[in-house]
Write a protein that binds this ligand. Structure first.
Ligand SMILES: O=C(O)/C=C/C(=O)CC(=O)CC(=O)O
Ligand code: CA
Ligand code: MG
Length: 407
């Protein structure tokens, strides 16, 4: 039972105890299987997936990504959400809808969006300060621009994969020359970065600046991201142009996109600003801080609880900045928050920080230690957020296992 506005919603679907996928969530994804041909769009409810093509008959829900649906914009998103809510709560719809609820174990989740563009920000102050101290010990931890704009870089869209895809340990130049040539080989410092991703649904035109107040006009929803990083490659290659091969080999995203429409109860004021902002970044009216509680596990063991509510720059400010130069956005593109780290050590969102760049190994519950990731390790990132009423929303997970480098 969930209170939405003045309405109390009860679904007739049998929900597992403590599910994060109640009637107040209704995330969208793309799946294969369930005894049905081709790609289908689905809505997650409890341990089931509602086949949207089967239940609506609309070809737009039988495509390999959500993009052709998302491009229709917030009006269409709202209509679908209202319809699905009605179907899953109105007992009179049950006989027609129930045959199209598939057990989650019988489907394979796909990457839900086309990702024509991918941007990664750097919006956690604690993370930026931690990395600054480790990578640039002689400089100010925060660069002088950090408080004035959400720093970001354009990542490699084509290597964004869905959760469950293994990550092959990348090879590359590992540092400055030791005898004439730089050492080359598999990274010895493979890392994770716990992040939250935002999915652009309705595009913006060339020349159009998306104001901070218009986030929900363009962004459909949020997912989880692991920005796998090879720290030895990164430290050697990144100056002066920023992250390149140390991060381009793979980025993983969770299969379910939680609509912003479900995140009303999760909205919180972001941390106080250190300095005055240019008008296009001001968000005093209706800021988009979000109270998502992340958890990072290695081989099932909890290693960190990064708090997204501490992020200095919000997704609304990130999108405003991303478009302030007139760059257009496309349906199905992804921008990620940057590593989510809180102020205390058990809240840090990367092994770089958790192990002080490999100098303070982490002891896992099984007694083994880690500096960076080992072959065979599985990283999984989950998150919950306050939902309508006293419900809790789940994001599912983004996970991936490390495979040995190719010879
Ligand atoms: O401070 C640096 O040189 C780079 C730090 C990062 O690893 C960049 C990044 O991916 C941004 C982030 O996740 O916050
Ligand atoms: Ca990152
Ligand atoms: Mg990456």
């Amino acid at each position: 039972m969930v209170l939405v506005g003045a309405r109390t919603l009860v679904t007739w679907v049998d929900l597992p105890e403590g599910t994060g996928f109640g009637i107040g969530n209704l995330p969208l994804g793309v799946f294969l299987g369930g005894g049905r041909p081709g790609f289908r769009h689905g809505v997650r409810i409890g341990d089931r997936v509602l086949d949207l093509f089967a239940v609506t008959g609309l070809p737009v829900h039988a495509t390999g990504t959500l993009d052709p649906f998302l491009v229709a914009g917030p009006g269409a998103w709202r209509t679908l959400r209202e319809q699905v809510t009605e179907w899953l709560t109105g007992v009179r719809h049950r006989a027609r809808v129930e045959p199209h609820l598939l057990p989650i174990d019988e489907v394979r989740m796909c990457r839900p969006i086309g990702v024509p563009n991918y941007v990664d920000f750097y919006s956690s102050k604690a993370h930026a300060q931690n990395v600054g101290r480790l990578f640039r010990p002689d400089a100010d931890p925060l660069p002088p621009n950090w408080r004035h704009l959400p720093i970001g870089y354009h990542g490699r869209a084509g290597t964004v994969v869905v959760s469950g895809t293994p990550v092959v340990r990348p090879c590359g130049q590992l540092g400055p020359p030791t005898g004439g040539l730089p050492p080359f080989g598999p990274t010895a410092r493979l890392d994770l970065e716990a992040e939250v991703g935002f999915v652009v649904g309705a595009p913006s035109e060339p020349g159009e600046r998306v104001p901070v107040a218009d986030l929900a006009e363009h962004v459909f929803g949020a997912c989880l991201v692991n920005d796998w990083s090879a720290r030895d490659l990164q430290a050697w290659e990144y100056q002066p142009l920023g992250p390149f091969l140390g991060k381009s080999f793979q980025t993983s995203m969770s299969p379910w996109v939680v609509p912003l429409a479900a995140l009303g109860a999760a909205r919180v004021p972001p941390p106080a600003r250190d300095t005055e902002l240019l008008p296009y970044l001001r968000d005093d009216g209706d800021p988009w801080g979000l109270d998502l509680a992340l958890e990072v596990r290695i081989n099932g063991q909890l290693v960190s609880r990064p708090p997204f509510r501490d992020m200095y720059w919000t997704p609304a400010q990130q999108l405003a900045h991303l478009t302030v130069n007139g760059a257009s956005t496309l349906p199905g593109e992804l921008f990620a928050s940057g590593t989510v780290s809180g102020t205390s050590p058990e809240e840090w969102g990367s092994l770089l920080e958790l192990t002080a760049n490999g100098t303070r190994p982490l002891t896992l519950a099984d007694g083994s230690t880690r500096t960076f990731l080992e072959d065979g390790d599985t990283v999984s990132i989950t998150a919950t957020a306050p939902g309508p009423g006293d419900s809790s929303l789940g994001f599912g997970e983004v996970s991936g296992q490390v495979l040995p480098a190719r010879a």
